[in-house]
Every structure is written in C-alpha cells, then in structure tokens.
Design a protein around this ligand. Structure first.
Ligand code: SF4
Length: 399
C-alpha cells in the first residue's frame, strides 16, 4: 500500500478509505464488522469514506456484505491482498461495488518488504496458506481456501533480505506449516529431509538467520525428521506448538482431526527425546458437542501427563457453515465454563513447576519492547518462546 502511495490516517474520522481486516476464527465476526461499519457511517454523515471489508469475513460473506451493509463499497478476499491498491483505486474513482474473491495470481507477493514491517527485530514469513484438513469445528478451509505453498526459493530470498536488514528472529507461519508442499523443489536443492517442510527448515537454518521459529504444526503431518532438523541446527528454536484439541479419541473422531491420542503421544515422545529440551505448547477445545465428563477427564489426563509449557484453552462455540454447527451443542455453558476452569487450574499448577525448573538457568532473550507491566522493564521472548520481563538497564530493543 505504501509503495502505491497510500499512507495511514490518524483516525477513521479523517481517512478517505476505511478497511476492516477481519478474522472469522473469532466468534460473531461478521456481526462485529457490521457494528463497526455503522459507527464509522455515523461519524461521517457528511463525507462518507470508501468502506472496505477484507479477510475471512469478506471471503465467506462475499456479495451479501453489499446487501447487508449499503455503506460497503469494497470486498477483498483472503487471496487478493496484493491487488488491494488497484481495487481501492477503482472504489475511489466511484465504482460502487468492487469485489475480488479470486485466487492469488502467479508471481504475486506474499511477503511484506522488510522496510514496511512494524517490528525491526522479529518478522513473520508466510510459507503456506489455506487448509485441506476440514476439522469439523473450523471455518478456515472455507475462508482461506485450499493449501497453497510458496516456493522455497522465494521464502529463502525473503529470509536473506530480513537477515541483511538486521532482523534477528523469524517465524515461518501458516495454518499447517508441516503440510508445506511447494509445486517445485526450487530453493531446496541440496537440502535433505523426509518431507518438503523438513528440507525447508534445513534450508532456512543455512541462511544463518539467528532464531527461527515456526507455527502452527498439525499432528498428523508432524514428521519426526522435524525434530532431527532442530537437533542439527541451533538456530532452529527450542519450541514446538502442536495442538492436541482433545485427549479423547471419540471427540477427536467427531472433530475429524485425522489422528488418535496414541498418534499424538508418539509425536510428543520424539519431541521429548530431542537433544535440547524443546518447549511444547498446545491448544485444547473444551465442551465440543457430545463431549462427556469421561472425555473431558481423558483430556485432563493427557495434559497432566504431557506437561505443556503453555496451553491455549477454548470453550467450543459454533461457527456457522461448519459441519460441527449441525451437531447438537449439548454441553451447557455452565459445563463448558467449569471444564475450562478445571483445565486452566491444572495447567497453572503444571506450568508453575516447569517455570520453577528454569530457576538458576540462563536463557537467551531477544529484547523486543518496553514491558507493559512496568516502564522500568523490557519484554522479549526466549528461544523457547516464553515471555520474559527484565530490568531495562542499558538494554535496547533488538539486543
Ligand atoms: S487443521 Fe487447523 S486450520 Fe485446518 S481445519 Fe483443522 S483447525 Fe482449522
């Protein structure tokens, strides 16, 4: 956008163009967008700006957004981001309904130039977008489309550019990074590995970028060779996020996750046998339709046994249009809340023990920003992706 001559306005009241970038993983996303559009319209009765919606809600709702909200002039799908300047240009010239829900075109860029990033030290590098897994509760395959991988040569060129611009940490990102499957092997020549993602990890490590993290991993596609690559390269960081979602095979089947609890344990066993201690984090959904107290206790047992460094717990809530939305949501709000709190309390107890095991040890932390807790402190992440607050002293961001 900057390259096309656009800049940020101070507020939506002074902007010529107001774009809502939306995420449908959040509950009631479309509803929230309509509320915000209404607010902008009320602020700007005299001179209405071009109002656009982009991201997942745009992709899912499509033309109906025009019908439901006459203030919207522009709808930009999840793969049309590179065409945004041209689309805004058409809306500014007076075209009343500009919409683009098409696929990313050949040669369009996925990355943000190093000079236009908000952090000068940590950068996110997309390697795959979309998802083919169709877990029954998830809207992502509908909003982000099928998996599409970037070529490794493009990814490696971006990492080189970031390293040369002084970046010290990158995150290879995608809905399922270990499902990475580019159409050609360009950029992976000379790098071995059991899967294209394992080869990409080794190629990324060879760039000399100081710290490399990746997220999110899908258990079924998590090949043990990923751990071998981490063992071989110190700059592949000691942290893996591997969502379990449930400790009950019955619930995993209903979620259509494509793996069993035993499969998951096997992946974790390999991770726990790594040369360095690798921090493991996970996601759990409590109160999925049909989840019984016994199923939930299986999840408690899994969490107790595995001892996660951090756990993101979600109470199930329906996403319209997903297969799970057709199931009877028979776990009451009260039960969901009680299970959430029980699991949270278990995790706090286990996490406390893990954190205490770090007492007296040294970890490498990248200072990122002033701490939100105290203006005398700085905040950053360790290589094992723990947030660390420490006295600011003479340390500056990027050290
Ligand atoms: S693998 Fe992740 S992104 Fe894909 S459908 Fe399942 S939960 Fe959604």
């Amino acid at each position: 956008m900057r390259a096309a001559g656009f800049g940020f306005a101070d507020s939506s009241e002074s902007a010529d163009v107001v774009i809502f970038n939306t995420c449908s993983v959040r509950e009631r996303a479309a509803h929230k967008v309509f509320t915000r559009i209404g607010e902008v319209r009320r602020q700007r009765l005299n001179r209405e700006p071009v109002v656009g919606v982009m991201g997942c809600v745009a992709q899912l709702e499509g033309l109906t957004l025009f019908d439901n909200s006459p203030s919207v002039n522009l709808i930009v799908g999840t793969r049309a981001t590179d065409r945004l300047p041209e689309l805004i240009g058409r809306a500014l010239e007076g075209e009343s309904r500009v919409i683009d829900l098409d696929e990313r075109a050949e040669g369009e860029r996925w990355d943000v130039p190093a000079t236009a990033r908000t952090s000068k030290h940590v950068a996110f590098v997309p390697i795959i977008e979309g998802c083919n897994k169709f877990c029954t509760y998830c809207i992502v395959p509908f909003s982000r489309g099928r998996e599409k991988s970037r070529t490794a040569s493009e990814i490696i060129a971006e990492i080189d550019e970031l390293r040369d611009a002084g970046y010290r940490e990158i995150h290879l990102i995608g809905q399922n990074v270990n499902s990475y499957r580019p159409r050609t092997g360009a950029g992976l020549e000379g790098f071995k590995g059991a899967t294209p993602f394992c080869r990409l990890l080794r190629a990324a490590a060879a760039t000399g970028m100081e710290r490399i993290k990746f997220t999110t991993s899908f258990p079924r596609d998590f090949h043990p060779d990923i751990v071998n690559a981490i063992d071989e390269h110190e700059n592949l960081c000691d942290w893996i996020h591997l969502p379990a979602q449930s400790g009950s095979d019955r619930v995993l089947r209903a979620m259509r996750r494509g793996h069993t609890v035993a499969d998951y344990y096997r992946r974790i066993a390999k991770i726990k046998n790594a040369r360095r201690r690798l921090a493991i984090t996970s996601d759990i959904i409590v109160g999925f339709p049909g989840e019984t107290e016994a199923d939930f206790q299986d999840t408690m047992a899994l969490v107790e046994q595995l001892g996660y460094d951090a756990l993101y717990i979600f109470k199930y809530s329906e996403r319209p249009g997903t297969p799970a939305a057709k199931l009877d949501d028979d776990v009451t709000q009260g039960e969901k809340k009680a299970r959430f709190l029980e699991l949270e309390s278990l995790q706090q107890r286990l996490q406390q023990k893990i954190y205490e095991s770090y007492l007296g040890k040294q970890v490498q932390v990248l200072a990122e920003r002033p701490s939100v807790k105290s203006d005398r402190d700085m905040s950053g992440h360790s290589t094992c992706h723990k947030v660390i607050n420490f006295p600011r002293a003479s340390i500056t961001a990027g050290q």
